[in-house]
Design a binder for this molecule. Structure first.
Ligand code: URP
Ligand code: ZN
Ligand code: ZN
Length: 498
């Protein structure tokens, strides 16, 4: 029957182990694991011999149907999640980006409206703070308590960036609410000066984009956000680390007691930027320095960075042409939601940098943990949602815009051969890729609440640690309130294996 499924003879992969065992699914949930399971007659059987059975990918960084830079990204929540499923991703977390001054609550409702009836897989939402005031502060609480939002995004670039004191307030508010602060780290004011200067020198082509946003512009912002977050002991996650320089900065700040995570993007892990190509313009830029992908892989393998996203935000050739003669008007964003799983397998596992367990961690488990939907998502375990991919590591496919499922007329990974093919993709118990045939269903996905973490107060184990380096140089509120503050645990927001 449709609601029962046995995946036989495969190897399940979780972040910590690979086990030869079968997986029995009923009504969208993993019900049994093991060999020789007793299961009801009439159950559909999928043979996974020689294949891996992995948790569906979670892409924590997408922008479907996003009004941005005078146009709208063309993959909506239907086409974008259909493509996600085709590639082995079974949950996305998209960004609500309110217009400046708009109610963040209203903007959240608008995003739900865009997505709810369209999504082919489950989805969650982060909410960006594009202005900072008391109303925003109040609405953050409502979003956390009533609407299943546990992460807020602050841009340090674009017209809607937050100033340092606003970041301070926003980070502090996140900490009070038990939410995660996510950061797009690039120094927007300096980028603006660089753009003016380049234009004055007559630079108009796409090469101006990377020239205006060098690596140090990102690394400086990363450093600044780390310092500010430490002042208020907030947990932060950078959501598009594109250079070794900024990963090194994160590493420097990952001191005991600090809660700093980093997401990198599939494009940064796999591509070297061609500065003349307006189709690959995204921010931070794809770096033309050919050493960058190896550098980032190193930080991802060693857990300085923990997550991989796509930043899927697609504009057609024609939309990209809006920036002809003025590189600062090229709509920023590239594809990736469909190809992330294959490209990361190819560049990470097939090439021998990481093993399948780490692959599962960086494509699924860590995102589930960080956004607090683990172990419901992000693992193959009894009781978890049946979001499962049967991954065939010995098949290959070549990425091409001729066969992809997204709405644009090119693909930044065009021609890349990838070992590793999602033969079956099971979304909440339903087979949505069946022997490589896409059978995604509009509206099959649901909004998934990402509950807040317990609000955390940094608390040293011993009082004499109050002035030790562990307090990260923050004004210590426990001291300031004359030791009246209730001592709680270390920040609970933690994605290291328990
Ligand atoms: O260039 C990009 N990445 N566009 C989407 C907006 C953002 O910065 O995430
Ligand atoms: Zn961004
Ligand atoms: Zn983005």
């Amino acid at each position: 029957a449709q609601n029962r499924l046995l995946i036989k003879n495969g190897k399940t992969v979780n972040e910590n182990e690979i086990v030869e065992q079968d997986v029995y699914v009923e009504d969208g949930i993993i019900k049994q694991l093991g060999r020789n399971l007793l299961i009801p007659g009439g159950t559909r059987v999928i043979d996974a011999r020689g294949k891996y059975v992995i948790p569906g990918g979670i892409d924590p960084h997408t922008h479907m149907q996003f009004e941005f830079m005078g146009t709208t990204s063309v993959d909506d929540f239907y086409q974008g999640t259909k493509a996600a499923v085709a590639g082995g991703t079974t949950m996305i977390i998209d960004f609500v980006v309110p217009k400046q001054g708009e109610s963040i609550l209203d903007s959240y409702y608008a995003w739900r409206q865009k997505a709810d009836d369209k999504v082919c897989c489950d989805y969650g939402l982060h909410v960006a703070l594009t202005s900072w005031n008391d109303k925003v502060k109040g609405e953050m609480k409502t979003l956390c308590e009533k609407h299943g939002v546990n992460s807020f995004k602050m841009f340090m670039a674009y017209d809607f960036y937050l100033k340092d004191d606003e970041l301070y307030g926003a980070f502090q508010r996140c900490r009070e609410l038990g939410a995660l602060a996510q950061v797009h780290a690039e120094n927007g004011l300096i980028i603006k000066k660089n753009v003016e200067k380049l234009k004055a020198f007559g630079v108009t082509g796409p090469e101006g984009h990377e020239m205006s946003r060098p690596e140090c512009i990102e690394a400086e912002a990363v450093n600044r956000a780390c310092v500010i977050s430490k002042q208020v002991n907030a947990a932060i996650c950078f959501d598009n680390i594109s250079t070794g320089q900024s990963a090194e900065m994160i590493k420097k700040h990952q001191t005991p007691g600090a809660t700093i995570y980093g997401t990198t993007l599939v494009s940064n892990l796999a591509l070297v930027g061609d500065s003349q190509n307006m189709k690959t313009i995204t921010s931070p830029p794809l770096r033309s320095n050919p050493d960058i992908p190896d550098q980032i892989w190193g930080y991802l393998a060693s857990d300085v960075l923990q997550l991989t996203g796509s930043d899927h935000c697609t504009f057609t050739r024609e939309q990209k042409e809006m920036g002809k003669g003025d590189f600062s008007k090229i709509p920023n964003g590239v594809n990736g939601v469909e190809d992330r799983m294959s490209v990361i397998w190819e560049k990470g596992v097939h090439s021998g940098i990481i093993d399948p367990c780490r692959y599962v961690a960086i494509t699924s488990t860590n995102a589930a943990k960080l956004f607090n939907v683990y172990p419901r998502k992000g693992c193959i375990a009894v009781g978890s949602d049946a979001d499962i991919v049967v991954w065939n590591p010995s098949k290959t496919r070549v990425i091409s815009s001729k066969t992809h499922n997204i709405a644009i007329d090119f693909n930044i990974f065009e021609g890349m051969e990838c070992h590793g093919v999602p033969e079956y993709v099971i979304v909440n118990g339903r087979v949505c890729v069946d022997e490589e045939q896409l059978r995604a269903v509009q509206g099959h996905g649901k909004f998934v609440e990402t509950p807040c973490w317990a609000p955390f107060i940094y608390a040293p184990e011993k009082m004499d640690e109050l002035t030790a380096p562990k307090n990260n140089g923050a004004l210590n509120e426990i001291e300031l309130t004359n030791k009246l503050a209730k001592i709680e645990l270390e920040p609970k927001l933690c994605i290291t294996p328990t």
